[in-house]
Design a protein around this ligand. Structure first.
Ligand code: GAP
Length: 446
């Protein structure tokens, strides 16, 4: 977890095949599909299937729970994806949100110059063009005219929505630094080399907090958010030894940052960023004040104190986090001499928290099973499966990470109880139907 970790850049044994196994499972079980597959897809673009949509929603909810619901110093917003292009002029994205692009003259592939070593990774040719800056923002036109006056951009980060709404939020919510504005939503970047499944895509989901603090307190809050965010990933089941902090070198900092620390995960191909925590200082508020002419400052009417807050920003990718959660959860073991694949997902992240499984699909068991299902559905996302043997049904649920199976058998008709079977231990407990929901909620910790 620390930067001095001697295994830092070594991929642990056992990871060979993990990436393919997870990509395979994601497709086979309806988590993630290549986008518009019937047309041959579109490079590095994905659609989230039923289980992926559920899980991605759970990743968002887990973030929301920690960053918004459980805090009294953070408020949320939802800003527009396409906004006034002046926002990107002030933020510096128009000028500096660029990657160095090179073309291979032999096979015409395009690469980021800083990610290759002088030769084309596709054909090996060293005949590359000079690097030229390539802006990652997606350009579009607003309204019927497609001339320069109508140019707008898809947001490359949600953060600017918080800066341009800073005054609106602070005054309407009667806030005073330290306080934060949180936002979840899509970000778009015309990445030159997307890849590694959903690790780097052109359309992705971000989870960002802009935390406004008195300038003198910025370093303390920066350290605080680094620890908080690491704890979030650990609390949701990522093993600590697969996480580390990485401090950016001065020359690698984004144009707005005074200090950035990434939380990295040990992916099957090596360490990769999950989240960046940046000290953005007063860069953005000052830049928007200068271009808009509106003073984006905190002013205390009683003391007369006036200052531009500094901003600490924990910024994570929801889709990238989902991939890390899937990789960390994937396991294969043996139960009663039979191999099984099991996703050891945190119960709050699993697509279904429970599966209701009647031993027979006939009445009267089916009616009772549906009663149990309806009880559980009020509180939990549930699957219902009454096909094939109970052993096969357990395996199917294990493979998609369902933490609890609720089995309704013939005794249930008389003792009004069901069996809760736990995914990881496969242990079983008999529980009265009247207590099933609270029992499951207790175990999930919701
Ligand atoms: N507002 C700060 C900011 O945008 P960033 O490090 O560029 O910072 C934040 O992005 C997070 O968004 C990253 O840590 C990563 O998890 C996610 N992210 C960035 N680019 C991505 C991409 N092309 N595909 C998927 N996730 C991405």
């Amino acid at each position: 977890m620390s930067e001095e970790n001697p295994t830092a850049d070594r991929v642990p044994e056992g990871d060979a095949g993990l990436f393919d196994a997870v990509v395979n499972l994601a497709k086979r079980r309806g988590f993630i599909f290549p986008s518009a597959e019937i047309y041959g897809g579109i490079r590095s673009t994905y659609d989230y299937g039923p289980l992926g949509a559920l899980m991605l929603r759970n990743v968002r909810d887990a973030w929301w729970r920690t960053m918004v619901r459980h805090r009294d110093d953070v408020v949320p917003i939802e800003a527009a994806i396409i906004t006034n292009p002046k926002v990107w002029e002030a933020s510096g994205h128009l000028e500096t949100f660029v990657d160095p692009l090179v073309d291979c003259r032999s096979c015409h592939e395009r690469w980021r110059a800083d990610q290759i070593e002088g030769t084309c990774p596709n054909c090996g040719s060293a005949d590359l063009t000079e690097a030229r800056p390539f802006n990652l923002m997606f350009k579009t036109f607003v309204g019927p005219l497609d001339d320069e006056s109508a140019v707008a951009y898809l947001r490359p980060e949600t953060a600017q929505g918080m800066f341009v709404n800073f005054l609106n939020v602070m005054t309407t919510m009667r806030r005073k630094p330290p306080f934060g504005i949180a936002q979840l939503g899509k970000g778009f970047r015309n990445e030159i080399t997307p890849g590694n499944f959903v690790f780097r895509t052109r359309e992705f989901e971000m989870m960002e907090l802009e935390f406004f603090v008195p300038p003198a307190d910025a370093d303390r809050w920066f350290a605080y958010w680094c620890e908080e965010r690491l704890a979030w990933f650990v609390g949701l089941g990522i093993p600590e030894h697969r996480l580390r902090f990485r401090q950016h070198a001065q020359e690698d900092l984004s144009h707005y940052s005074k200090a950035t620390t990434d939380i990295e995960y040990l992916f099957p191909w090596g360490w990769g960023e999950l989240e960046g925590i940046a000290n953005r200082t007063d860069f953005d508020l000052k830049a928007h004040s200068a271009l808009s002419g509106v003073r984006l400052e905190y002013f205390d009417q009683v003391t007369g104190e006036r200052y531009t807050p500094h901003v600490i920003e924990p910024s994570a990718g929801a889709t990238r986090a989902m991939m890390a959660f899937l990789l960390a959860a994937y396991d294969e073991d043996e139960i009663g001499g039979e191999r099984r694949t099991v996703l050891r997902l945190h119960p709050r992240l699993a697509p279904f928290q429970a599966a209701v499984l009647p031993l027979s699909r006939k009445e009267p068991l089916a009616a009772l099973a549906h009663q149990v299902l309806h009880r559980c559905q009020d509180a939990l996302m549930c699957d219902y499966d009454d096909t094939q043997s109970i052993g096969r049904r357990y395996r199917r649920q294990d493979e998609i990470g369902t933490p609890f199976c609720v089995t309704i058998d013939f005794d249930s008709l008389t003792d009004e109880a069901v069996t809760i079977r736990e995914r990881d231990s496969t242990g079983q407990t008999r529980v009265p139907i009247a207590h099933v929901v609270t029992e499951l909620q207790d175990r999930i910790g919701s």
